[in-house]
Every structure is written in C-alpha cells, then in structure tokens.
Design a protein around this ligand. Structure first.
Ligand code: ZN
Length: 172
C-alpha cells in the first residue's frame, strides 16, 4: 500500500523512549511499538530526574520501515485507527512541552521522509486532524508546525505557539 500521510503524535507523558512505548503497546496486546519513529526529549524514564543531553532529540526506530515508499505487511504501524496501512507514525515524547532539539530533529526526520516518500508538507498531519479521533494529540498546533517545516516560522515562534496551544488545552 502506498503511503499517503505522515502522522505526528505525542506520547502524552513527559518521559519515555522506544523501549517503554514498545512495552506499553505490547501490554495493550499489540505486536509491539506502533510508531515508526520516536523523538526523545532526554528523559527516557520517570525515576531519574536528570536529563541526558545526548538523548535529547535522538531518534529511535520503532516499527520497521524499509527502503521503498510502500508498506509491506510487517511495516504497517498502529497509531491512527483505520489509517495504519497507508501512513507513517512518528511520536514526540512529551505532553505539555517539547524541547528545541526534539522539534529540530522532528523537522529533519520529516523533511527526509517527505523526500523519500514524495509527499508534501501538507501531507504531514497531527493525530488530532484525523476526522475519526477526538484526541488533542500531538498537542502541537499543526498549521504552525507545518509553517516551521516550510521555514516560514522560527523555532522560537513555534515554541511560543505550542505554549499558547497547550494553555488552550490544559489551562496551564
Ligand atoms: Zn496520537
């Protein structure tokens, strides 16, 4: 099946990595991590306060994804109901904030994936933009995020837009 969209998600937790997401998705009875890529924020787990700088913005591979822009059965993810067979899923660790390095890494990853798949920036959607969900995921204002991908919005302006967006969702 040809890939039509790339969906952006957040983990809805302020910490984590591909291993912890794999464990939680297996716990739901899935075969394993449902996202193709995870962008770390430097806090891989809950029990250590320190942040690992080298993990901030690091990209972990999740669900396998090979060298052509079509999905073989083993590459189909689990991240947007009814859209898994024709979309890539990337997940940013976080809920109410995302680091500069995460947003920069996500941009690099997405620019490369768009090039690889032949998709356009408008084909990058937030999970919340799927008409069949009521989730706020990825808690990022997607028009601003797409402008950031286009180079029309600075990283700092995107961060400010995210802060306002999160305030609108959680009131803090
Ligand atoms: Zn999501």
């Amino acid at each position: 099946m040809r890939i039509e969209n790339i969906f952006v998600h957040c983990s809805a937790r302020e910490f984590g990595d591909a291993l912890s997401i794999d464990a939680s998705h297996k716990h739901r009875g899935w075969s394993g991590i449902g996202y193709h890529f995870v962008v770390l924020n430097g806090k891989p787990n809950a029990w250590m306060d320190e942040k690992w700088d080298f993990l901030d913005g690091q990209i972990h591979s999740g669900r396998p994804f090979d060298d052509d822009p079509n999905f073989e059965p083993n590459e189909i993810g689990a991240h947007v109901k009814d859209r898994n067979s024709d979309s890539i899923g990337i997940c940013l660790i976080g809920k109410k904030s995302f680091t500069d390095k995460q947003l920069e890494s996500a941009k690099t990853l997405l620019v490369n994936l768009l090039d690889f798949t032949g998709l356009e920036i408008n084909d990058v959607l937030g999970h919340c933009e799927d008409p069949n969900t009521r989730k706020t995921c990825p808690n990022i204002p997607m028009d601003d995020f797409r402008d950031y991908l286009r180079g029309k919005l600075s990283l700092q302006s995107l961060q400010e837009a995210i802060s306002r967006h999160i305030w609108g969702i959680y009131g803090e």
